[in-house]
Design a protein around this ligand. Structure first.
Ligand code: PMP
Length: 450
């Protein structure tokens, strides 16, 4: 369907436009000789052009790069900036803490923390919350706690999940149907099958087979996979997950870091899920490092009653800057004033318009693609119908096609998430912004299939 020679020619053209438009970014990258891989964090090398775009400024869903080019940002820091860039209430709250009150990191509580705990309870239904600075850490600490409680060693994941750089989670279903290290897994401490089990998303029998070993402390899942396209649960899947975890004595941890897009209380609230633990990170701090995990009251009590577990010192749970005055002030402002229930209504309506428009373009050009929406986020995949598990979704990747689209859209002032074709709406993303994306996508697709 896609003429690969044409794709290569168009990509070459867009790469040279990209280089011409961005000489300052190119020079900054060339000069960054003291950085590992020339970037502040190695993922920033996930780029469609020869160098990453350097940021000059960003507000709401608007970004200006070092060369003065303006973008509509549908990447939003891969969800870290779902509240929009530097939302005023967060800037004010953080500014108050910095300039007026002082005390950015203390190892002493501030009263904002209880407000945030209560609000997270209202949204996600868990009773007892603790904070982290990243979703990765929140997942790590949740994993330690469920292992301690159950006395079981293994955590069960979905194939091609992503839950941060958590050792246990880097597992996929191999060609023989058995678990294996995720390709590229860096410096694994032990073979991942020692610590973990894996099942395909939407595979109830596979999940049951793994749980039947009786060694699974918890199933740690996203309610929909969001790091390999958006793979949605089939009707009844979550009921089966909950029933089987209970039957087999495993706890259920739901990671809402990305699926938060489903609504103010993530998919947990939107789909009435019943986890034992909820993990969330990234967006809840409005750009200031933040993460959290919430436990059911029963689980919290069981842990607090265990005198052999050191959760107040160096037993392996917690971190020095976690729950800092700065971080909780940012979470409070984000939840109280930015990512509110009303904001989600707007964001989801905008994402619906985004999805409908992309679907029209797919139909108009008879592309073998499809798009899924999860509340405020949507993502197209180069397969139709949309894959229903991680392995099939991984097989539908097309890096060359993705590079062309990302480059061509960037040259037309649109940023998509580098890791995928994901578009996320923040509270200030407008229908005009969505229309601008559609006009650009239509143009670059039309050239491709001409
Ligand atoms: N959980 C999920 C579902 C994620 O998508 C990610 C990051 N993409 C993480 C956890 C980890 O977040 P962080 O890298 O900020 O720790």
């Amino acid at each position: 369907m896609i003429d690969r020679a044409r794709l290569a020619t168009l990509t070459e053209r867009e790469a040279s436009v990209f280089a011409e438009r961005n000489p300052k970014s190119a020079a900054a990258y060339a000069e960054a000789g003291h950085l590992f891989g020339r970037v502040p964090m190695t993922w920033m090398n996930k780029k469609a052009g020869a160098f990453p775009l350097y940021v000059e400024s960003a507000r709401g869903n608007r970004v200006v790069d070092l060369d003065g080019n303006e973008y509509l940002d549908f990447a939003l820091g891969d969800t870290g900036a779902m509240a929009g860039h530097s939302p005023a209430p967060v800037v004010d709250a953080v500014g108050r803490r910095i300039y007026e009150q002082g005390g950015m990191t203390m190892m002493m509580p501030t009263t904002d923390a209880e407000w945030v705990g209560a609000e997270l309870s209202r949204r996600f239904g868990m009773d007892a919350w603790s904070f982290a600075l990243t979703a990765t850490d929140a997942n790590r600490w949740a994993i330690r706690l469920v292992r301690a409680i159950t006395g079981r060693s293994k955590i069960l994941f979905h194939s091609y999940c992503y839950h941060g750089s958590v050792d246990e989670s880097l597992i996929v279903v191999g060609p023989d149907g058995k678990g294996m290290d995720r390709p590229g897994n860096v410096g694994a401490p032990v073979k991942v099958t020692k610590t973990s089990r894996v099942a395909e998303f939407n595979d109830i029998e596979g999940l049951e087979r793994q749980l039947a070993h009786g060694d699974v402390a918890a199933v740690l899942i996203e309610p929909a996979l969001t790091n390999i396209g958006i793979v949605l649960p089939e009707p009844g899947y979550h009921d089966a997950v909950r029933r089987l975890t209970r039957e087999h004595g495993a706890l259920l941890i739901i990671d809402e870091t990305h699926t938060f897009s489903a609504g103010p209380g993530g998919a947990t609230q939107a789909w009435a899920l019943e986890p034992d633990v909820v993990v969330i990170g990234k967006a809840i701090g409005g750009g200031i490092p933040s993460g959290a995990y919430g436990l059911s009251a029963e689980l919290a009590e069981r842990i607090l009653n265990r005198t052999d577990l050191d959760i107040v010192d160096m037993g392996g749970v917690g971190g020095t800057l976690a729950g800092s005055p700065l971080s909780v002030a940012a979470m409070r402002a984000t939840l109280e004033e930015v990512l509110t229930d009303a904001a989600f209504e707007t964001m989801i309506a905008t994402a619906t318009a985004f999805t409908d428009g992309v679907r029209e373009i797919i139909a108009e050009f008879e592309l073998p693609w499809s798009i899924n929406q999860l509340g405020a986020r949507a993502e197209y995949r180069f397969a139709t119908p949309y894959p229903t598990n991680g392995t099939d979704a991984a097989a539908a990747a097309d890096p060359e096609l993705e590079d062309y689209l990302h480059l061509a859209l960037a040259n037309r002032g649109i940023l998509l998430t580098p890791f995928h074709n994901m578009a996320l709406m923040c509270p200030t993303t407008s229908l005009d912004d969505v229309a601008a994306h559609h006009a650009a996508l239509r143009e670059v697709v039309a050239e491709l299939v001409a």
